[in-house]
Design a protein around this ligand. Structure first.
Ligand SMILES: *Cc1c(COP(=O)(O)O)cnc(C)c1O
Length: 379
């Protein structure tokens, strides 16, 4: 039986007519950049994320870059984040000319560890600490980082908080939505994300009207009024087609999230029934509404063998992420060493993503578990 890690075609079939009608309308209007479609999507996202403001941008990566630009972070500054995330998180820091500083994760959630964050800042001398301007916690896999202690530390040291919520739209931490807790929330509409467009796109949320204005200015080359440039921004614009598609899909997002949560609960129950709970560690749910952008298992030994085995059985699975960022060639100049972030390194060696998408047929999910059981029995 063939099982896809993600089947976007299955989802498209359920909303095809609605999307095509809307695309037709935009084609007839020949209005493609920003405009009313983008404004409507922004209003819906701001409501959904409980932030008051949302600014559509060209991608999740650009969302991070423009948020850092909005607070003037640049050369000479440092920004703290986790080394166990998609590259764009740290890439954005380097792209604005600042230096990424890594802090290890909590092994239970794979998210930035608040105690290690506090220790990192407490241990710096005053001069070094003065160069740290922001922290980017990542809500990895669809579960929020432990934000209360992170926000406490950031308040103590006067740091801006940029939430990388690219994998976490609709996730909650103690009843608060991802993207509503820090100064900015950065989201991605990359097609494979829980709320995906038909191309690249993203959005920045903020509760501050001031930041909202600055983001809008930067998104259009710092231009206000036309051809008068107040600051050097860029082209971070979102197009109407992507915004309209996101707006349509947003109405279905909570149903899709419930289906993902149902699949996660089914995996958990089937692992227990199959006697796999010891060997296969399912994701922990801490303080949160986990939206399961990915379903990540931890296999203490034999992760690569399991991946190969599932591959032979035509089951889609993947490793997010095989190389922590402090071990990436492009960050060699940061001078980190193997062993500097043991939890991130262990996670990179032990985790595996299984199919969890909302439309995943129940018999396919059961087949995934049966194949894992077979693998464990043969070892
Ligand atoms: C996908 C992702 C991004 C980047 O989003 P793009 O839209 O692909 O640019 C940033 N951070 C994380 C954690 C992501 O998963």
């Amino acid at each position: 039986m063939k099982v896809a890690l993600l089947d976007l075609k299955a989802q498209y079939q359920t909303i095809r007519e609605e999307i095509r009608a809307c695309i037709d309308e935009i084609c007839d209007s020949q209005m493609f950049i920003l405009g009313p479609q983008v404004e409507q999507m922004e209003a819906d996202i701001a409501r959904y994320c409980q932030t008051g403001h949302a600014v559509g941008v060209s991608s999740g990566s650009d969302a991070l870059i423009i948020a850092l630009m909005a607070v003037g972070i640049g050369p000479g500054d440092r920004v703290i984040t986790t080394p166990y995330t998609f590259f764009a998180t740290a890439g954005a820091i380097a792209r604005v000319g600042a230096v990424p500083v890594f802090v290890d994760i909590d092994p239970a959630t794979y998210n930035l560890d608040p105690e290690r964050l506090a220790a990192c800042l407490d241990d710096m001398d005053a001069a070094a600490r003065a160069t740290v301007k922001a922290v980017i916690p990542v809500h990895l896999y669809g579960q929020c980082a432990d934000m209360d202690p992170i926000l406490d530390v950031c308040r103590r040291y006067g740091l801006v908080v940029v939430e990388d919520a690219a994998q976490a739209i609709g996730a909650e931490y103690k009843g608060r939505r991802a993207g509503s807790m820090g100064d900015f929330g950065c989201f991605s509409f990359f097609p494979s994300k829980n709320l995906g467009a038909f191309g690249d796109g993203g959005v920045v949320t903020t509760r501050s009207p001031e930041y909202d204005r600055q983001l809008r200015l930067l998104r259009m080359h710092g231009m206000a009024p036309k051809y008068y440039h107040q600051v050097i921004g860029g082209n971070f614009r979102l197009d109407a087609l992507q915004a309209a598609i996101v707006k349509i899909k947003l109405a279905y997002l909570d149903d899709w999230t419930r289906a993902r949560q149902h699949n996660a609960a089914t995996y958990r129950r089937m692992f227990a029934d199959a006697g796999l709970a010891e060997r296969i560690q399912a994701p922990a749910e801490v303080h949160t509404r986990h939206i399961y952008n990915q379903f990540i298992i931890r296999v203490a030994e034999g992760r690569d063998a399991l991946r190969d085995y599932l591959g032979q059985k035509e089951i889609g699975c993947d490793i997010y992420y095989p190389v922590p960022l402090h071990r990436q060639a492009c960050f060699a100049y940061l001078d980190y060493r193997p062993g500097d972030f043991p939890e991130s390194e262990r996670a990179a060696e032990q985790t595996l993503a299984l199919p969890i998408y909302p439309e995943l047929p129940a018999d396919q999910l059961a087949y995934v578990v049966a194949c894992i059981q077979e693998f464990v029995r043969k070892q």
